[in-house]
Design a protein around this ligand. Sequence first.
Ligand code: HEC
Length: 141
Amino acid sequence: MSGAFTKSMARNIFYGGTVFFFLLFLALSFDTHSQLPKRDMRADITPQVAEGKKLWEVNNCIGCHTLMGEGAYFAPELGNVYKRRGPDFIKAWIAAQPTKEPGRRKMPDFNFSDEQLDAIVAFLKYVDSINDANWPPNDEG
Ligand code: HEC
């Protein structure tokens, strides 16, 4: 065989490469989907967690905060706030808004009931338990 690179060799590399990387893509997709239940802790989603998520959405907390790095950069990251601050602080903090200190960024008063505050805490606790490989690297976002 001469050293020339023929058309059929190029075609074989193209088809072979396509099949190889398509199979690799399928294998990695399968692996990701089999890892997800262990990482996203979906078994821990209770009705209270779901209620907390709903309150999180309708009150647009993400409009100021981030959750696992996603959201707005006006206020601290809350994906890890359960570990950083604990449930009592979170409830007391939300109920005590807005702060009176001049010059500090303000969070609105949402007038949540005790039950709603518990649901938000349950949601933030759930989010904190997700294995997000410690993202974001900076604790407060
Ligand atoms: C208008 C913007 C805004 C919205 C909307 C908002 N927050 Fe905040 N939040 C802030 C700011 C600003 C701070 C930090 C204030 C400070 O340090 O004085 C904060 C702080 C917090 C903290 C304490 C974080 C820490 O690291 O100590 C929690 C918990 C919190 N917010 C929860 C919520 C929840 C839950 C919602 C939705 C129901 C929400 N926030 C909606 C602006 C907002």
